[in-house]
Design a protein around this ligand. Sequence first.
Ligand code: PGA
Length: 259
Amino acid sequence: MKLIIRDTMVEASVWAARYIAEKINEKAARTSEPFVIGLCTGSTPIETYNELIRLVKAGKVSFKNVISFNMDEYVGLPVEHPESYHSFMAKYLFDHIDEPKENIHILDGNAPDLDAECAAYEEAIAKAGGFDLFLGGIGEDGHIAFNEPFSSLASRTRVISLTPQTREVNSRFFDNDPDKVPAQAMSVGVATVTGAKEVVVLAFGSKKAHAIKDAVEGPVSHYCTVSALQMHPCAIIACDDAAAGELRVNSYRYFKATE
Ligand code: PGA
């Protein structure tokens, strides 16, 4: 695992966006096959998306041959609800870049058969050739996508129940009322994420510091599902200084020195 530590969230986000653009361009230079990317929502990726939009507008990268799959969606929230991840992605990324509509995949939290929707999602990912890169965030409890503590590290896309902590944390988007946060979500599994050729996880702010410590220095454990990245041959965490704040001094120095 690599840790990219920057002083600020914006600097780490710019680093991540440029890294992703470089990977898209590298693949485009060697093959006409599409670049398949996993995408996340939440407060965390917004600056990375802003920088990607800038790069697209400046002609430095194109999403014309990119296929994306979002990592999760709430169950039962109407697509047009401002807090649905469909709405989020349109607002913060898809409305501003050149990715063809038919290349965009987001789980349908209102599908008549949710299990079938999850199975079809895994099939579509496989049919696209699997992920070249998965961009994720991290929860305060160390979840990756909505893989809450005790999710199997071998899990695949499925319906999951959100923990009271996650509903509390996400209530800031729902009038500060945890009861308004849907109780369930659909999420790619830990193994769906770690099946990507490369995983880039973003983490910003002191609220994520404990999860980063567990993910980097703790054991691989379903208690902190992002710790599964320790088993991945190409995993990067891009964070700000605050999120690296609970690492041991030696760990912090090691990552800074070896970058
Ligand atoms: P956040 O959520 O970006 O809003 O902090 C991240 C997550 O829960 O995975």
